[in-house]
Design a protein around this ligand. Structure first.
Ligand code: NG1
Ligand code: ZN
Length: 555
């Protein structure tokens, strides 16, 4: 196959000219920004995906168009590597360079990447493209596809899908179907099949009631949940809200619920006490639960809660199978201190803390036979080693002990229910439902396993957020000098006080996290830390305001 690099420039000039001068970076979640400025970025990511596929011997590379939990005017793009991982860091740098050159330099930049990495441009390559349901996504999808076509790649468009569906399709394709079938139906079939096999005909158990309220964030998660329910024959009684009537993520969805700690708009006022409610984000890779207690108080069950529930359940399955498997749980500094205590003291599972960003968590989780990872915001999954899967399978096939055999069969279903390729809101939710059903628990029993420390997440605008440099999985601030000493001094005044700061990887802000023994303490602690950050890291705009008003104005 002969590829004429001149086409790369022709397409760029005619259809996707770069009209902005500012440089952008491939961050933790790819490129994000105002949708109207992204067409040239998408086209260039299409080009890059073909090079990435070619260097990986024609394996499928995924391109997902979404701005996840960000507001409706934004969009974004991220590349999915052959085994479902996020794009390799070395290529994040290449992506950044490719996007920032001028149209005139584009052809020679592509040529130099091909030369430096010794890419055989005449070979076949395969790119999958999918998008969330933002109104500007189709135009951006076409730009990616044109990038692939410009370099003579094969492009397969999946239309509107969730981010985790894209990861699943890529892995299925690259493992020749052994992980599943790389189609939308294949995805539903695998997950629903596993869910219904475990649940059987008994839809309720003990205090577990088959009733769930689902906030779809007006995003793609709502649409796909409708598709799940159509295929589920009533095995899950789930009512869907925020199906697309309003703007994506606006006052609803997992990020809103986690940060604001309140019921999203679009759900009925005065939901009955103890009814399980669930919120996903705009591209359905995050999930959190919440409920209103019998005193009318909002209660949140975030990613840490899901991780602990899952760890507890999987431990019991491992035990029932009579296996010895290395299990570990991976968190970030945003995990509630109470959850970490519970994991260490009650569950007695090894726990590690890594930097923010799924790639760090996923990578660490792969060190275990069973690696459970969750960000507090609800993004996470479980990964199983091939050896662990083999052991479970052989017990299921060979065991003479009916209880043990049954546990192994159950375990296989649970593994099939989990989307190991990346955090998947719907698959995670069905896993939680499965566990609560099997334990016969209502939401209150889950909630009572431990008590979260009151916590707060604030944003501070500064001139240049990169003046903040962190170490030790972002728990320590090493620059600007002296800031950590100030944080330590403030924190030491509060019982169970903990606070850290870091520059966001997806927004132009510095994030301040704080937790303490009481609500008023955490408000005051977050305020004091914000003040020193504002002073020492070059805050701009309004100064942090004291606790009485901080709650609404700074989140
Ligand atoms: P930043 O903006 O770097 O804090 C946010 C989340 C991350 C991760 C990314 C990617 C928090 C505090 N941060 O990153 O955990 O999910 O978005 O979407 O939730
Ligand atoms: Zn997301």
């Amino acid at each position: 196959m002969s590829v004429n690099l001149r086409t790369v420039y022709a397409f760029a000039r005619e259809m996707y000219p770069k009209k902005v001068n500012e440089n952008i970076n491939y961050g933790t979640a790819g490129f994000r920004g105002e949708a109207k400025k992204l067409e040239y970025v998408m086209y260039r990511m299409g080009l890059l995906a073909t090079l990435r596929s070619r260097i990986k011997n024609g394996q499928v590379i995924g391109v997902m168009i979404t701005a996840s939990h960000n507001p409706e005017p934004d969009n974004g793009v991220k590349l999915v590597d052959p085994m479902g991982e996020m794009l390799e860091p070395k290529w994040e740098k290449i992506a950044t360079e490719l996007v920032n050159v001028s149209d005139n330099e584009l052809e020679s930049k592509v040529a130099s990447i091909i030369k430096e990495l010794n890419i055989d441009i005449g070979t076949h390559c395969n790119v999958y493209v999918g998008m969330d349901n933002r109104y500007h996504s189709p135009i951006l999808l076409k730009a990616v596809a044109d990038g692939v076509i410009a370099l003579k790649g094969n492009v397969k468009e999946f239309g509107i899908i969730t981010t985790p569906m894209m990861h699943y399709f890529v892995v299925c394709a690259n493992t020749k179907g052994s992980y599943g079938i790389p189609t939308e139906e294949g995805y539903y079939k695998k997950i629903i099949g596993a869910f219904e096999s475990i649940r059987g005909n008994q839809l309720e158990n003990g205090n577990y009631k088959n009733r769930l309220m689902f906030d779809g964030a007006n995003g793609v998660g709502a649409r796909k949940m409708i598709q799940f329910l159509k295929r589920m024959n009533g095995s899950l009684n789930c009512e869907i809200f925020n199906k697309g009537e309003g703007k994506i993520n606006e006052n609803c969805g997992a990020d809103f619920v986690k940060v604001q700690q309140k019921v999203p708009n679009g759900m009925p006022e005065g939901i009955e006490a103890n009814v399980r409610c669930v919120s996903v984000d705009g591209d359905a890779d995050r999930v959190v639960y919440f409920f209103t207690d019998s005193n009318g108080k909002f209660q949140l069950l975030d990613g840490d809660r899901i991780a602990t529930l899952v760890a507890n359940y999987l431990m019991s399955l491992v035990k029932k199978c009579g296996l010895k498997l290395k299990m570990g749980l991976v968190q970030t500094a945003y995990a509630n201190g109470a959850s970490t205590d519970y994991i260490v003291n009650e569950l007695k599972v090894p726990v590690s803390c890594v930097s923010t960003g799924v790639k760090h968590l996923h990578h660490k989780a792969l060190e275990y036979d069973i690696g459970i990872y969750f960000e507090a915001n609800g993004h996470g999954t479980v990964v199983f080693s091939d050896e662990a899967k083999e052991m479970i399978k052989s017990i299921s096939e060979l065991s003479q002990n009916p209880e043990q055999k049954n546990a192994a069969n159950n375990f296989i279903d649970v593994i099939n229910l989990i989307n190991e390729t990346v955090g998947d809101a719907i698959s995670d939710m069905l896993l939680v439902e499965t566990i609560l059903h099997s334990k016969g628990w209502d939401v209150r029993e889950w909630f009572d396993t431990y008590t979260d420390l009151p916590n707060k997440l604030l944003k501070i605008k500064v001139q240049d957020r990169n003046v903040i440099v962190t170490a030790d999985a972002e728990r320590i601030c090493v620059k600007p000098e002296g800031l950590q000493d100030e944080i330590d001094k403030i924190t030491s005044n509060y019982k169970r006080g903990r606070s850290f700061v870091r520059p966001s990887g997806t927004e132009d802000v510095v994030r301040v996290y704080a937790e303490a023994a009481t609500k008023s303490d955490v408000d005051q602690l977050a305020y004091e830390v914000s003040q020193v950050v504002y002073k020492m890291a070059g805050g701009t705009g309004a100064e942090p305001t004291p606790p009485e008003t901080i709650y609404n104005s700074h989140i």
